[in-house]
Design a protein around this ligand. Structure first.
Ligand code: FAD
Length: 390
């Protein structure tokens, strides 16, 4: 077991590959898997019907699996709902593609007390704008193969890399720009790994399973892409641990005291795990970034680039890919906000303010990255052996 190819420190980070794999397996993956199932973390507020600001819509969705199943209001925890609605078990079924399943979006302020409404400077969507926002149960809409491919998908990745995040490796790039590139590449690797780990192998019989060839062709054969995945994982983990005081004290009330207590205790388990604190207390050290004279200007430039990447998510032509694209880019934007800025000011735990949806995105992103790291660690060596004929 293990990929000897990946040893030593993860580039620009403060932990080595072996430690990351061990901590992920023993601590992070198990708690995150539980955490994302809790009612607080499984409902994501998102604007899915978006006009792409760059090209006319030419979405290429081959599978029914592309569409997102919106939450019917009566699936919601009690406190999210209007008082006169009753929950019936049959209502819990996913109402795929039914516009009448849209939820009452004005419930937010009632249901989620104690959370700020503050826009994220790193993302394009105005998170405080409730118009056209809807709720999605992430557990019913897993990120997996959707058949979204071809020029539409390619155009988005090309735009993300070449327009917003200059070509790499280039002598010209400073460390901060390389970090932006690595975050995007790491996220791209993670998306590809989720496609490979849950793939439609046989359409006629609806057989789903792992596609190791795809995993090898898109990720494993390029060691940089694997390294960028580990880097992104540690970067986001650092953001979560840096915000731990805030996250510990946050309000996870969804109206069910038992479930809410579980959420709270899972959060603590994740944030204050002694194994994590002993082996990898600072997964990434952001302290020496933006230091030069041009630091503030550079930060503005990179923030604008990231906002453009976030805007590109509105152009993803497959609804489910758009959902996960938007969630994960908001998660990255939240990590950037925690580590680097709150409205351009130096960050400190006193001034940090997060929106509920940012915390949901950040946690679900960390879980996705954790799943990808686990899959690469466990299945990667076998896939490499098969594909390289070893
Ligand atoms: P792509 O993955 O499209 O890659 C395009 C090019 O980018 C590659 O040729 C390579 O040069 C470069 N590249 C690839 N990976 C990396 C990396 N890690 N680092 C640096 N450069 C890289 N499809 C689904 O089935 N399910 C989904 O949930 C899904 N979500 C998506 C979300 C977003 C935001 C986008 C833009 C697309 C999504 N897709 C999804 C489509 C999927 O990512 C691929 O675009 C599609 O499967 C076609 O793959 P491809 O082989 O052409 O390579």
């Amino acid at each position: 077991r293990g990929t000897p190819k990946y040893s030593g420190m993860v580039e620009d980070c403060c932990c080595d590959y072996e430690t990351v794999d061990r901590l992920n397996e023993e601590v992070l993956h198990p708690s995150l898997q539980e955490l994302v199932k809790t009612p607080f973390f499984r409902y994501f507020k998102v604007k899915l019907w978006c006009d792409c600001p760059f090209w006319p819509d030419d979405g290429m969705c081959r599978l029914r699996d592309c569409s997102v199943c919106e939450c019917p209001e009566n699936e919601f925890p009690e406190s999210f709902k209007k008082p006169d609605r009753r929950l019936s078990m049959t209502d819990l079924v996913c109402q795929e593609g039914k516009p009448q399943a849209a939820v009452d979006r004005t419930l937010d302020s009632k249901a989620f007390r104690g959370w700020t409404e503050i826009d994220n400077p790193w993302t394009n969507d105005d998170e405080t704008d409730n118009d056209e926002m809807t709720y999605v149960n992430l557990q019913l809409n897993p990120e997996r193969y959707t058949g979204y491919t071809g020029p539409s998908a390619r155009r988005i990745w090309d735009a993300v890399y070449s327009e917003n995040c200059p070509k790499y490796p280039s002598q010209e790039l400073c460390q901060e720009e390389k970090i932006l590139y690595k975050l995007i590449s790491g996220l791209h690797s993670s998306i590809s790994i989720h496609i490979a780990s849950d793939y439609l192998l046989e359409e006629a019989t609806n057989l789903w399973g792992q596609n190791l060839t795809l995993m090898y062709d898109r990720v494993l054969r390029y060691p940089d892409r694997v390294r960028n995945l580990y880097f992104t994982f540690l970067f986001v983990l650092r953001a979560v641990t840096k915000a731990s005081d805030y996250l510990e004290q946050a309000e996870y009330d969804t109206g069910n005291p038992n479930e809410d207590l579980t959420t709270q205790s899972l959060i603590k388990q994740l944030l204050y795990n002694p194994k994590l604190q002993a082996a990898c207390p600072i997964p990434f050290d952001e302290a020496n970034l933006w230091k030069g004279q041009s630091g503030p200007e550079l930060k503005q430039k990179i923030q604008q680039q990231f906002r453009n990447i976030s805007a590109l998510m509105d152009c993803v032509g497959c609804e489910k890919c758009r959902l996960w694209g938007k969630l994960q880019v908001l998660g990255l934007g939240t990590a950037l906000k925690i580590l680097f800025s709150v409205d351009g000011q130096e960050n400190s735990s006193h001034t940090l303010q997060l929106q509920r949806n940012e915390v949901i995105a950040l946690t679900n992103l960390l879980n996705r990255l954790s799943e990808s790291v686990k899959f690469v660690h466990e299945v990667g060596p076998t896939a490499e052996r098969i594909m390289e004929g070893g």
